[in-house]
Design a protein around this ligand. Structure first.
Ligand code: ASP
Length: 341
């Protein structure tokens, strides 16, 4: 009899456990590689292995894993962004039950992928990117904690409507504001001049702010039919810049150019001369400050025929210019995009 009772209790517990699990929010984790998937002196680990090593995730969500690609993010290209964007679009259509998507990604270009998705993910399904600064087999690896925090943020009732989010080291950043600030430390991201949107503690997720610049559902950048993004390059100014460097861009198949400027959007005599020679070519040129905080003023005009990137740094200005070029070549309209997004 005692034996029977014990078996019955175990079965009841099992049913209870399964019922509770079935009620958990569904989360898709998309893996793309990065340090979070790396091991010292060994190849990057596969997505399912990476997620399987964090069983605590099951406490918060029912998790599916898909590896879209596996690469160090310094090797990421616009073709990877497009693939990711098309994949996310099909998932958002086909799996309306999902509560959020979490993307594991290298930190080298996380600023770029996050901003790209922030402007092109035209759904309400929250997206949270995360990664790590330490390899998965390093002492005190930060990947597992970051992954759990990203899932907790993604399923939080206040996550929708804030655009693409990035969670690392207990901080929640808006994709537009993400700024990599340290080569090695686990708190590599920010805070930038705008600060974090919120924080994650062992027991709570706390949001304090919301981004104001339009994102996700409020953008016009529909990439569903786009097979290739316009090619935009970035050139950095410095003391004594040789204008001939810009001549190189005459014959290039690039659709536009971003110049990383000094503070306030100031440029050297070499860049000024090089741009004057390039401008009649008709390709839009954007000036973006290479200084990490503040903004630059100005607007496209006949006298100064260059678009101003406002507070966007050169890598993000490049992304906005690429997206703008999928819609228009008109510099006044492109300038409007920079005032708006
Ligand atoms: N090499 C890594 C990357 O893929 C660096 C990182 O993830 O922190 O970006």
């Amino acid at each position: 009899m005692q034996q029977l009772n014990r078996v019955r209790n175990i079965l009841l517990l099992l049913v209870l456990h399964l019922t509770l699990y079935a009620q958990k929010p569904e989360v898709l984790i998309i893996t793309t590689g990065g340090t979070i998937a790396s091991q010292t002196n060994a190849p990057l680990i596969e997505g399912s292995e990476l997620i399987g090593a964090v069983p605590d995730l099951q406490r918060y969500a029912k998790v599916q894993v898909v590896e879209v690609f596996r690469t160090g993010s310094s090797k990421m290209t616009p073709a990877h962004w497009l693939r990711l964007s098309h994949f996310i679009d099909s998932v958002a259509q086909q799996q309306p039950q999902l509560r959020c998507i979490v993307i594991t990604h290298g930190t080298d270009t996380m600023e770029e992928t996050a901003f790209f998705l922030n402007l092109t993910h035209r759904h309400s399904l929250p997206i949270v990117l995360t990664g790590s600064m330490r390899s998965s087999n390093e002492v005190s690896a930060d990947g597992p904690a970051n992954l759990i925090q990203a899932v907790r943020v993604g399923i939080h009732p206040q996550a929708p409507g804030k655009g693409v989010l990035v969670v690392l080291n207990e901080n929640i950043s808006a994709a537009r504001d993400l700024l990599k600030m340290h080569n090695r430390r686990v708190d590599t991201f920010g805070p930038d001049q705008y600060g974090y949107l919120g924080f994650v503690s062992p027991d709570t997720v706390l949001f304090y702010r919301s981004p104001l610049r339009p994102h996700t559902l409020d953008t016009p950048f529909d990439l569903r039919q786009v097979k290739e993004l316009p090619n935009v390059e970035v050139v950095s100014d410095y003391a004594g810049f040789d204008p001939e460097i810009l001549d190189y861009f005459y014959g290039r198949p690039n659709a536009g150019l971003v110049v990383s400027t000094f503070a306030g959007g100031r440029i050297s005599a070499g860049v000024t001369e090089g741009l004057r020679r390039l401008t009649p070519g008709g390709k839009p040129i954007v000036l973006a400050s290479g200084i990490k905080s503040g903004w630059i003023e100005g607007t496209f005009s006949q006298r100064r025929p260059w678009i101003t990137a406002n507070d966007l740094p050169p890598n993000k200005a490049r992304i906005l210019l690429m997206l703008a070029l999928t819609q228009t070549n008109d510099p006044d309209k492109i300038q409007e995009f920079f005032h708006h997004y």
